[in-house]
Design a protein around this ligand. Sequence first.
Ligand SMILES: Cc1cc2nc3c(=O)[nH]c(=O)nc-3n(C[C@H](O)[C@H](O)[C@H](O)COP(=O)(O)OP(=O)(O)OC[C@H]3O[C@@H](n4cnc5c(N)ncnc54)[C@H](O)[C@@H]3O)c2cc1C
Length: 390
Amino acid sequence: MGPTDRILIAGGGLAALEAVLALRGETTAEDLPITMLAPEASFAYRPMATRAAVGHGSHWGLDLARFAVDHRVELVADALGSVDVDAQIAITGGGERLQYSALLVAVGATRRPWLPGAIVFGLTEPGAGIPSLLRDLEHGTASHVAFVVPADAFWPPLVYELALLTAEYVRTASLVVTLSLVTQEPAPLAGFGPRASLAMAQRLRRDRVEVRTGAVVDTVEADRVVTLPALSGPAIDGLAADPDGFLPIDERARVCGTVNVYGAGDAVACPIKQAGLTARQADAAADSILADRGFRSRRRRPPAALDGILTPDADLLDWFHDPRWTGAGDMRPRSIWWPPPEISARRVSPYLRAVHGDWTAGDESPPAGIPVSLDLSRRGSPSRRHSSVS
Ligand SMILES: Cc1cc2nc3c(=O)[nH]c(=O)nc-3n(C[C@H](O)[C@H](O)[C@H](O)COP(=O)(O)OP(=O)(O)OC[C@H]3O[C@@H](n4cnc5c(N)ncnc54)[C@H](O)[C@@H]3O)c2cc1C
């Protein structure tokens, strides 16, 4: 094996880890040398942030150095800066030139605030914004919270979960608080189909969350406003990008215009950014990398639709009442979307469950709910509108 037979994976997030596990599921380090290029020392499983935000549930994370040793991967602590596609060289931020035979770009998206004055979920240290919001509600320094669904939100159910979790919190603490959900959608989760939308509207009503649909977001009036970040793509020099910097990929998960550069996860052009989807894109990229090297013939394509079950009646804080609940690390999954992040990544989810040992796999069967299929062919990215909170 020559020095150019290197699979280079840029990123240390869910997409990168899922791809490493998929590649190592079929190859040894002797068959296929893998190098991971990641600027951070650890991996954090972001989808667990929602529940951890209200003070319950654990953060799943990993030391990347340990992961690299366990899976016989070389780890380079640096960032992908640009790519010389013709020479098959990745140039790092630190100026190193790494030759590759295949490059997987799994560097995620950049998160940025878009609504002045709002708490942007996921932009501060996990949990920092929401816990202070809950303290303000308890102390009476805020009594009206608006949860704003951005136009082209990367995963709209997140905002609904945050509103419902806060509603549960408020109810449990017997607080007198007004909660509202503000969205440009014509109805709650309108894009998820009429049944899902109606059920979500009923759930919000039951939990006393006021809903403003078809709303112009710059007229939000509340003591506190919570929203999701807007995302931008990585716009890697040398690779194609859409107007927002996201990488367009083909049905073999290759970045358009290249033959051996692949893309997966939040970095690629896709209207939804979500854990299960990220993992499936990473699995498809790993399949293509393996197939292109003759290790396997089966190739999964990057998904054209995201299928799941909306469970608007989920008891989001149900683990309080679960006899098995003994602490923050011992929760059971509760989410309005199935499969939830704890099980949605084919390889990373069981791996993290085993590492953290804090969840039983017995709940993997689909729950009763509303089947939803989301078309991923719609192109677009989160809005760059400028709005304000009054
Ligand atoms: C706050 C929040 C909550 C979420 N909650 C949910 C949820 O409840 N359910 C759900 O399904 N999804 C959720 N998501 C979406 C989900 O977390 C993402 O879709 C998923 O993490 C994307 O994985 P990724 O590996 O593509 O990107 P990331 O997880 O962002 O990882 C990117 C990695 O690349 C590294 N990197 C960055 N730049 C470079 C570079 N130039 N070179 C090399 N490496 C680089 C970063 O350090 C990081 O390790 C949430 C996202 C956020 C932000």
